[in-house]
Design a protein around this ligand. Structure first.
Ligand code: SF4
Length: 342
């Protein structure tokens, strides 16, 4: 990674300095703003306010003029407020530790990790949409990155990786550039990627399915994993004993958002291990009072099918069953994927 960064990393003005003040200013400007937009603002700002004491003493009008057009003006006000704190409480020196940086106004976890690693070589990984995507693909993880617990777990993975890196600064910046230029959401350029030989998502051909990013659904929406489980020429269906679709048949499903959680739930309920090997797509079905958001996967039984023998149906038997409309949609989506796996 670091070797790749040395050769292929972007040459940006704030990368030509080790000055924590300048790195801090650039990181704040880069929040919600494109790199190309930031460059001229950064250069003008540093010319006008070259160090933390100049910023702490800046007049508000002049400060906001420097920021004019960059948007999110609170960032400028917070920068100045933090500069005053640095002068007052830290003798004019930017603190080096991630935790202390976090206490300064306007510095969140991403900026604190960036400043601590780039300016001071601290092994703290940056976590944002780019690095979450890379981690999900690199380790082939289907956890929903919209959830805080996933962000936390992926952040720990980032910290483990950066802890093993020779240069935390180069590592974090390489991850930033990789996310911006190579491991992009829709068209990752894997052949050019320094991680291609160890990327599990690439090996499993799941790159374009990752990361899983399901934003919090409305309360009336029930999110679940629905599995079309095959055993030779039979499919597994269950009869609803109660609820909305009582007496109708459908594929096995349970409220959860990840296939691994489903596999664990299935094993506990049916005492047979399964593997969900491919994601078919999402199927939505709207009832009067609620919506089902079904994440549909195709899978197979991993061992003897005795325990679920009575739940397996041939195509012909299935045609005779009263299957709910929601699950007919699932069946159609699965049949389409079977016909055209691309
Ligand atoms: S090999 Fe492809 S998917 Fe894997 S990290 Fe690199 S660009 Fe991303």
């Amino acid at each position: 990674m670091e070797a790749w960064f040395a050769v292929s990393g972007r040459d940006l003005p704030w990368r030509r300095t080790g000055d924590p003040y300048k790195i801090w200013v650039s990181e704040i400007m880069l929040q919600q703003t494109q790199v190309e937009t930031v460059i001229p603002y950064y250069e003008r700002f540093i010319r006008a306010l070259p160090d933390v004491s100049a910023l702490a003493e800046a007049e508000d009008d002049g400060l906001f003029k420097l920021w004019q057009g960059l948007g999110y003006y609170r960032r400028a006000a917070h920068l100045k407020e933090a500069a005053v704190t640095v002068m007052k409480d830290f003798g004019g020196h930017m603190p080096a530790s991630y935790e202390t940086l976090l206490q300064l106004k306007g510095i969140g976890p991403y900026s604190a990790a960036a400043i601590a690693s780039i300016a001071y070589g601290q092994p703290k990984g940056v976590v944002d949409g780019n690095t979450l995507r890379i981690i999900a693909r690199l380790f082939n993880l289907e956890d929903n990155i919209a959830l805080d617990k996933t962000k936390k777990a992926f952040g720990q993975l980032m910290d483990a990786l950066i802890g093993a890196a020779k240069s935390p600064s180069a590592f974090n910046q390489a991850m930033m550039d990789l996310g911006a230029m190579i491991c992009t959401p829709r068209k990752p350029d894997c052949p050019a990627c320094p991680l291609k030989d160890i990327c599990r998502g690439r090996r499993a051909d799941t790159i374009l399915l990752l990361p899983v990013n399901i934003k919090k659904v409305k309360r009336e929406t029930e999110e679940m994993v629905t599995a079309v489980i095959r055993a030779e020429d039979r499919l597994m269906l269950v009869r609803n004993r109660e609820g909305l679709l009582k007496d109708l048949y459908g594929f096995v499903q349970t409220p959860c958002s990840s296939p691994s959680a489903f596999e664990a739930w299935f094993l506990e309920k049916y005492k047979v291990p399964i593997r969900l090997q491919s994601y078919i797509g999402d199927v939505k079905h709207v009832f009067t009072h609620r919506t089902w958001l079904m994440h549909v996967y195709a899978g197979y039984l991993l061992s003897d099918r005795d325990q679920v023998r009575d739940l397996l149906y041939t195509d012909r038997e299935l045609e005779a069953l009263p299957v709910s409309t929601a699950h007919m949609k699932v069946l159609k989506a699965w049949q389409k994927a079977e016909k055209d796996p691309s």
